[in-house]
Design a protein around this ligand. Structure first.
Ligand code: SAJ
Length: 414
């Protein structure tokens, strides 16, 4: 299959690197986004998100003429949909962005096109998208109606890249490709093989959807185990970091690291899609989500207990990002903890985050963003919320006279 022109719908953390990866293989790529600022930024050869090497790749793709962004869909041979799939009230998947993308591309679809849903989706979402497209284009046939002989081919190919390592993982990771028919899957495999060096493995769309949800739920459940252990160890006065190090000496034990909770836009979201579609069966997955979501409360209680020893302690919170060495604050438990501490101890909390220059709106009025040296000088209580490399380098002497609550084991590993 030859794909001359590829359209990527949604130019965010996944869509933009994917568009740039195709462009780097000299494919003509049209990026579609509803945000005019995003479109203008990309057309200048710049990027609106922080991800190592992405700026270079996008700059090259745009200046060499392989990548162009627009707000209005144009005809192409393949369409990749990489829009957000958050959850709505009651942890129900919100598929309105997929619906909007389907409506946007439907008018420009033509016989022979391939449509791939990349967004992490609940089981059945690809079929649902196909049904919607068929309603919008009654002049074309779709796999659910015409099987292998359909005019339009449809597949699901979930992304699996780790923020901070997106460019490398995009190329090297294996891809699971779920075709609505085997021919749909093969077409999608031909498309991805133009830049993916990992293996492209074929399955059906529902299994591919479930596979992505399973990967992130596996991680969530394993982090919940570590977080639960950390709470048990606090109660029993045992050092959880040492405990995990020792237990992991067993050849078949590999416990993950506890933290202040689980953040980001994937692991804290995707397990709910499984819970929503099989609520009675997904007991462990649901409980893991609850354990992880409850961890910030446990951290706050530890700070409250420590604060009782002082009259008006200064509390320095180190880190706001959802994990180490990135600037991404989305769904970050650290942000939530700092916000709640600032309500509980008004005027006494300071935040340190070396990867950002201004605070997110939820914290703007609540706390100052401080330099690490000043924060450590003033603080009575130091709460380490992210294991950024800068925090690992703090001289332990500076912390000697303080109460330190280390939610990431930064000092334990020092
Ligand atoms: N975390 C812990 N302890 C650990 C590991 C992680 O508390 O031992 C926390 C992190 O601090 C963070 C959260 O979990 O708050 C998630 O971080 P992460 O590094 O585990 O994962 P993400 O959200 O950056 O990316 C995940 C990846 N999925 C898996 O590793 C199974 C990535 O491959 C997916 O592509 C991505 O979700 C996604 O887009 O779905």
């Amino acid at each position: 299959m030859e794909f001359e022109t590829i359209s990527v719908v949604g130019l965010g953390y996944i869509g933009l690197p994917t568009a740039a990866a195709f462009a780097a293989r000299r494919k003509r790529v049209i990026g579609i986004d509803v945000n005019q600022h995003t479109v203008d930024t990309i057309n200048r050869g710049a990027v609106h998100i922080v991800e190592p090497d992405l700026d270079m790749l996008v700059h090259a793709a745009v200046t060499q003429g392989y990548l162009r962004a627009t707000t209005t869909p144009e005809p192409a041979d393949a369409f990749l949909i990489a829009v957000p799939t958050p959850f709505a009230d009651g942890f129900k998947p919100d598929l309105t962005f997929i619906e909007a993308a389907s409506r946007a591309i439907a008018p420009v679809l033509k016989k022979g096109d391939l449509v791939v849903l990349e967004s992490t989706s609940p089981v059945g979402a690809t079929e649902q998208m196909a049904v919607r497209l068929a309603e919008l284009r009654t002049d074309l046939t779709f796999p659910q109606q015409a099987g292998e002989g359909s005019d339009i081919r449809i597949a699901h190919c979930p992304e699996r890249v780790l923020p901070g390592h997106v460019i490398r993982e995009l190329i090297e990771n294996d891809r699971v490709i779920g075709g609505m028919t085997p021919r749909c899957g093969e077409a999608a495999r031909d498309l991805y093989q133009s830049f993916v060096r990992g293996e492209c493995i074929l399955t059906d769309a529902r299994t591919a959807e479930m596979c992505k949800l399973t990967e992130n739920s596996f991680r969530d459940v394993n982090i919940a185990f570590a977080n639960e252990l950390s709470m048990i160890c606090d109660r029993l006065d045992i050092n959880v970091w040492e405990l995990i190090r020792l237990a992991n000496r067993h050849p078949r034990v590999s416990i993950l690291q506890p933290g202040p909770g689980v953040g980001g836009h994937c692991i804290a979201v995707d397990p709910w899609f499984i819970v929503d579609s099989a609520p009675e069966q997904a007991r462990l997955i649901r409980t893991a989500r609850m354990v992880n979501d409850d961890k910030p409360r446990h951290v706050i209680e530890r700070v409250e207990r420590a604060a009782r020893r002082f009259r008006e302690p200064v509390i320095a919170c180190l880190g706001l990002a959802f994990k180490a060495n990135i600037d991404d604050l989305r769904e970050s438990p650290a942000v939530e903890i700092v916000r709640r501490l600032s309500e509980r101890f008004p005027g006494q909390v300071v935040a340190v985050e070396p990867n950002i220059r201004k605070l997110p709106d939820v914290l703007k009025e609540a706390v100052p963003l401080c330099d690490m040296h000043d924060a450590l000088t003033e603080a009575d209580i130091v709460v380490i919320l992210v294991d950024h490399m800068q925090f690992k380098q703090v001289d332990p002497v500076k912390l000697q006279a303080k109460v330190v609550i280390d939610t990431r084991g930064v000092l334990a590993h020092g």
